[in-house]
Design a protein around this ligand. Structure first.
Ligand SMILES: *Cc1c(COP(=O)(O)O)cnc(C)c1O
Length: 342
């Protein structure tokens, strides 16, 4: 039995999802003639109470399009030092938009409103880049699946309004935050100018993300998506998976969170584990008691037993629970972890 805890992106479509995909009505979405893509876009826009949404092949492209929409070359955006847009999108912020990032030293990927305000360059000081955008990630990936406090988000919105900045949400795992009760879809729709969401993480789709926002923003995003090569033709086969996932895979996310909590608790009890980050959703980040125990030893030992996990650098290891991580696999992981010695 292979047990893959590297990421929640490793899932395969379920039989029900595959059936929905096979039965999708499709057309050429570049001509806006794919009814299933349109239905997905309308469903996700309505979910957040926003005007419009656009289907993308990846979360990276959805984020990059949002950033491109909000900025001009030479501008600066503000994000936490852990942000996916800064660390894991191949330098796309500068490549695609000619924009730099002002990094904030937040807590588990989350900034406070005062930190955001302090990071804004004075608009009349023409030597420094013009601050134009703030990017929030919820849940935080590198921050271990942490959920933002909605009060802090409200304060950050107020800072953005005061200084005329746009506010983008990288909501690749917003479903996990919602499953934890950390805000409602309507709250996120009201608070952010644009939201990107992934269907291919906790929701278990093979492909797909959306960008959500005003009609005006999505009309412009359509052009940007075209430039980035993200116009897809009979994409309804993929969109059908998304519609299916929204209907069937949101309510079960709590199970992933419960399993992650149990892994976190067990790890905390092991003598070779120095630190386990608080487990709020489906991501467990932990550090070993180095140099006594080495990351590569643990990855190798678990690998020999068919359990895969990933190193995040700086001595951090990560396990992520997901739709394809079954109860049986979970029992086995807990059993093997409790018996391991380093
Ligand atoms: C996965 C992820 C994305 C998008 O990644 P793609 O692999 O391009 O779909 C964006 N932000 C965060 C926080 C992510 O975890």
């Amino acid at each position: 039995m292979e047990i893959n805890l590297i990421s929640d992106t490793v899932t395969r479509p379920t039989p029900g999802m595959l059936k929905a995909m096979m039965q999708a009505r499709v057309g050429d979405d570049v001509f806006k003639e794919d009814p299933t893509v349109t239905a997905l876009e309308e469903k996700v826009a309505a979910y957040f109470g926003m005007e419009s949404a656009l289907f993308f092949p990846s979360g990276t492209m959805a984020n990059q399009t949002g950033i491109k929409y909000h900025t001009r070359p030479g501008d600066q955006l503000i994000c936490d030092k852990y942000a996916h847009v800064y660390n894991y999108e191949g330098g796309g912020v500068s490549f695609n938009s000619g924009v730099s990032c002002k990094l904030v030293d937040g807590e588990r990927g989350m900034m406070r409103a005062e930190q955001v305000e302090d990071a804004i360059n004075p608009p009349d000081f023409y030597h420094s880049p013009r601050t134009r955008l703030v990017c929030i990630e919820n849940t935080t990936n590198k921050g271990g699946g942490a959920c933002w406090d909605t009060e802090e988000l409200r304060k950050i919105r107020a800072v953005c309004d005061k200084h005329g900045l746009a506010l983008h949400l990288d909501g690749a795992r917003i479903w996990n935050a919602l499953a934890n009760g950390a805000g409602t879809p309507a709250f996120f729709g009201e608070t952010f100018d644009t939201i990107s969401v992934c269907l291919s993480k906790g929701l278990g789709c093979p492909v797909g993300s959306l960008l959500v926002g005003s009609r005006e923003a999505m009309d412009e995003a359509l052009r940007i998506r075209k430039v980035l090569g993200g116009g897809m033709r009979q994409a309804g086969y993929l969109a059908a998976a998304g519609i299916y996932a929204l209907d069937h895979h949101i309510d079960r996310l709590g199970e992933d969170h419960q399993k992650a909590r149990e892994i976190g608790e067990l790890l905390s009890s092991l003598d070779f584990v120095r630190y386990v980050a608080p487990v709020e959703t489906n991501i467990v980040i932990f550090e070993l008691d180095t140099p006594r125990a080495s990351d590569s030893d643990l990855v190798e030992k678990l690998g020999q037993q068919g359990i895969r996990l990933i190193g995040m650098g700086q001595g951090k290891l990560r396990m992520v629970t997901h739709l394809d991580y079954t109860d049986r696999m979970h029992e086995r992981v807990l059993e093997i972890l409790s018996g391991i010695s380093l």
